[in-house]
Design a protein. Structure first.
Length: 342
């Protein structure tokens, strides 16, 4: 992973050091593993000590990383951040959520509203994961749309070959059929909707189960639904395949990776029709206005019930997810970076 101190591209691996794996951490880990294997002479991975994986790492990123990467032509920032003064950045921005709603702590929102436009305008290239977000970045930050590239994320093969969910469900005490929501406990995830429709789902024999952690920079919600907290990555395939349906009622998403992971595992998906979710899910999910509680409840009941609708969603979902691989993501990123090096 460290072929040469003069490799043309440095990858900032700070996010890959974090113990809890969310979307940004997953992307960083995949690119850190795959890009150097694709072209060992092109990439060098740089990371701070684990103590700098989170907020303390901002100082390392702004002060130490530029020095460590000074002999390289490009610095790939795969986690929404990069050296602000850098002129060689290729930065991956996954959404513009700090500009789209009041979903974060004031300090977090202020920092990102200050930093993201400056990073985008100074970067050699911005990479994002959906055309919806690419247009938003171009318009909000007033940069040429041609300088914002769209590269979708991938789905690991283990989701398409999940283990028998029985042992995991027994360990977690999940004894009844359940509707699953996966993601951080954040206001934009709109998990309160699932709380409000839980009685209707319970009458049909379905529990609501939440899997994901809280983040200190996001206001925390209080939910009556069963919360599993953060689960290790290895547990997710079985958790998905054991679910009657996946629910993603988000008010805003830049991609919606849990939808594709659930599809790969053979679980039907009901998602919001907001943000990038229609682009990611296409016709392989039931897309519902997140303001329509009754519509969302009815869609989940249709997706969870045995019959033609469920089978149709499972088949379409498997096909949809099969088109998204991490190899394809890494090759696309490598292709863009290679174009900048010539």
């Amino acid at each position: 992973m460290h072929p040469s101190p003069a490799a043309p591209v440095v990858i900032n691996a700070r996010a890959a050091l974090r113990r809890e794996v969310g979307g940004v951490e997953r992307v960083t880990g995949e690119l850190v593993a795959r890009l150097p294997r694709l072209r060992p002479d092109r990439y060098r991975v740089i990371a701070p000590r684990p103590a700098f994986a989170h907020a303390a790492g901002h100082a390392w990123e702004q002060a130490a990383l530029p020095v460590l990467a000074r002999r390289s032509a490009l610095v790939l920032g795969p986690a929404n951040t990069a050296p602000l003064a850098g002129t060689t950045n290729v930065v991956m921005l996954y959404d513009v959520a700090p500009f789209a709603g009041r979903w974060y702590s004031p300090g977090y929102a202020r920092w990102h509203r200050f930093a993201l436009p400056r990073l985008a305008r100074r970067a050699r290239l911005v990479i994002t994961t959906s055309d919806v977000v690419a247009r938003q970045i171009s318009q909000l930050f007033q940069i040429d749309r041609a300088r914002v590239a769209t590269i979708p994320l991938g789905v690991a093969g283990r989701f398409a070959t999940p283990p028998d969910p029985g042992p995991l469900l027994q360990r977690l005490g999940l004894e009844r059929p359940y509707v699953l929501a996966v993601g951080t406990d954040a206001p934009r995830k709109n998990l309160a909707l699932l709380d409000r429709i839980a009685p209707q789902l319970a009458a049909a024999g379905l529990d609501v189960v939440l899997a994901g952690s809280s983040r200190p920079y996001m206001p925390r919600g209080e939910y009556r639904a069963r919360s599993l907290g953060y689960l290790p990555d290895a547990d997710l395939p079985a958790l998905y395949t054991g679910a009657a349906a996946l629910a993603m009622p988000s008010l805003y998403e830049g991609f919606g990776l849990p939808c594709l992971e659930a599809m790969a595992a053979g679980t039907p998906v009901v998602a919001s029709d907001r943000g990038a979710l229609p682009e990611t899910c296409a016709d392989a999910a039931l897309l519902i206005d997140p303001g329509d509680e009754q519509g969302f409840a009815e869609a989940l009941l249709r997706a969870a019930a045995p019959g033609h609708e469920r089978e149709r969603l499972i088949e379409l979902g498997r096909r949809r997810a099969a088109g998204f691989t991490w190899r394809r993501t890494a090759e696309a990123v490598d292709g863009l970076l290679g174009g900048l090096l010539t």
